[in-house]
Design a protein around this ligand. Structure first.
Ligand SMILES: Nc1nc2c(ncn2[C@@H]2O[C@H](COP(=O)(O)OP(=O)(O)O)[C@@H](O)[C@H]2O)c(=O)[nH]1
Ligand SMILES: [Mg+2]
Length: 285
């Protein structure tokens, strides 16, 4: 991403600091930081002792500050008594189903048994796609008939896990349109029914966002956050973008921690979010 490659031209050894900060602003907007984060960063840069001589390390520090308190590798919440229930939300194509598989593999590596629930009953092929992952990873699976009730799938999945002594249920949901009122009601219902079957559920409600779509992802984050209580964000497709600034914009849009980054299409391509590491990559690498 190497933001520094561009910014250093305007920062270190610049001639007229004010004009240079305008170029900095433009660079940050182009890198998908969004207007709010950009203005905040430029404001902070301008209050540095020598804004024209800001160092790479200082810029990294400012980015880290924007990402909130560092909690690298904070574990996902767990139920006191299994099953733990993890819900994944997000619009179609954001990478939800792939991320379900990635999380499942991660939990299995930690020795936890997993059940995948296909509560995306809207999109043709969604259930089948998740079933393929379940077979490949060797997890338990609960699906439904196409156009069935997603909340019923979620309930059945939690019920099955409780009965069979499975540690964690990961629920893949539909996300056809983040402005769709019916979808919102559907998601709320999924949250409700899992809590009825298992006290304290859902233990995590994670919103999956595509880093490559910039400000659209910010709007999605705001709409989902207004619909259901979120506990974290997973930002995907960071392998396919030079616009890592969207991670900063998304963290500002919703006041929940970023938990993981998706960096590819295979189950291994999920890394716990570490603000320090991310800022270094964004600014310097
Ligand atoms: N490059 C890349 N592709 C991803 C990532 N996560 C998901 N994808 C791809 O994005 C597409 C949509 O993913 P999918 O999981 O079906 O999204 P869903 O509709 O939200 O369930 C698929 O082609 C995935 O392989 C990622 O982190 N990096
Ligand atoms: Mg899907």
């Amino acid at each position: 991403m190497a933001l520094w490659d561009t910014l250093s031209r305007f920062l270190t050894g610049g001639t007229t600091p004010l004009a240079d900060l305008e170029k900095v602003q433009q660079t940050l907007v182009e890198a998908d930081f969004g207007v709010a984060a950009t203005n905040d960063l430029v404001m902070r840069l301008s209050t540095e002792k020598r804004p024209d001589q800001v160092t790479q390390a200082a810029l990294e520090r400012l980015v880290i500050e924007q990402l909130g308190p560092p909690s690298p590798g904070a574990p996902l919440a767990r139920a006191e008594r299994p099953p733990t229930v993890i819900l994944l939300f997000g619009v179609n194509g954001s990478g939800k189903t792939t991320t379900v598989a990635k999380l499942a593999q991660r939990l299995q590596t930690d020795g936890r048994s997993v059940l995948l629930a296909a509560a995306d009953t809207f999109r043709a092929g969604a259930t089948e796609q998740l079933k393929i992952w379940a077979d490949r990873l060797g997890t338990a699976f609960v699906g439904a008939h196409p156009r069935g009730d997603p909340a019923a799938v979620a309930f059945d999945a939690v019920d099955a896990a409780a009965t069979r002594g499975i540690d964690t249920v990961i629920v893949d949901t539909a996300g056809r349109l983040h402005t769709d009122e019916r979808l919102r009601e559907e998601l709320k219902k999924i949250v409700r029914v899992t809590g009825k079957r298992q006290p304290g559920a859902p233990h995590e409600s994670l919103l999956v966002l595509d880093a490559t779509i910039g400000q659209n992802a910010v709007r999605q984050a705001e709409v989902f956050a207004a619909a259901v209580p979120l506990t974290g964000l997973i930002i995907t497709k960071l392998d396919g973008t030079a616009k890592g600034g969207s991670v900063v914009a998304l963290r500002r849009a919703v006041d929940v921690p970023i938990r993981f980054l998706g960096t590819g299409e295979s189950p291994d391509d999920l890394e716990p979010f570490d603000p320090v590491r991310f800022a270094r990559r964004l600014v310097s690498e």
